[in-house]
Ligand binder design. Structure first.
Ligand code: HEM
Length: 193
């Protein structure tokens, strides 16, 4: 089974239930390094997108995945197919269509912070300053959320994150990959409203 289909399977089969059954064999958190550490952690490397700057390898791994995910969402939105994600991202798309990418950059940064900080990358550089997941995905609170997300939308979204992880060679081993899937799945309840 490909990693992509494994993610989809986990997402579909286990739904909102506990995800330990899809998680790693090593269930003792004291023994296992955090996901952030396993993605490269705090080791400083040259930032390929910002000449002369350094970045934590864990953060860089996430940023690559987030950038690829955004690309997949843009392709989805432009596909003009039924059920695409354009209504959700309508405010952002209107801006980007007009050549204003400021909030797109903010979103990439916030997503990178969110994933990094919540999986063990707790240095200040990763501090998440956005809304909590319930507020961020409630159109009545966050006017940048064009409409609420269904389970089908959520499956699609995390499918893109999984595909982006595979494309970037992140989570190359199955254990790490399934741990990331578990984190994604744990966010379904607050986000699908
Ligand atoms: C693993 C699942 C997800 C995570 C971790 C996530 C995380 C986030 C974060 C951190 C923000 C930024 C909040 C802020 O700036 O205050 C955000 C915004 C947003 N999310 Fe999600 N999200 C997820 C799933 C989804 C899904 C399934 C949809 C819709 C199909 C969605 C649509 C949006 C939209 C439209 C915004 C606002 C974008 C903007 O600022 O223009 N998200 N999300």
């Amino acid at each position: 089974m490909t990693k992509y289909s494994k993610l989809a399977l986990c997402a579909l089969v286990f739904g909102a239930f506990t995800f330990t059954s899809c998680s790693s064999d090593n269930d003792d958190p004291a023994q296992e390094a955090s996901i952030y550490e396993r993605l490269g952690g705090t080791t400083m490397v040259a930032d390929p997108d910002n000449a002369g700057q350094m970045i934590e390898q864990g953060r860089l791994s996430y940023r690559k995945v987030v950038n690829t995910t955004v690309g997949l969402i843009v392709a989805d939105v432009q596909s003009n197919t039924t059920g695409n994600l354009s209504p959700h991202f309508a405010p952002l798309l209107t801006e980007v269509g007009a050549g204003n990418t400021t909030n797109l950059a903010v979103l990439v940064d916030n997503l990178t912070d969110f994933f990094s900080f919540n999986t063990g990358g707790t240095n200040a550089v990763n501090t998440y300053r956005g809304l909590d997941m319930v507020a961020a995905h409630n159109p009545a609170v966050n006017n940048r959320m064009g409409r609420t997300s269904t389970n089908a939308d959520y499956n699609k979204f995390i499918g893109y994150v999984g595909a982006a992880a595979v494309q970037n060679g992140v989570a190359a081993n199955t254990e790490l990959y399934t741990d990331i899937v578990a984190v994604l799945e744990s966010l379904r309840d607050p986000i699908v409203q």
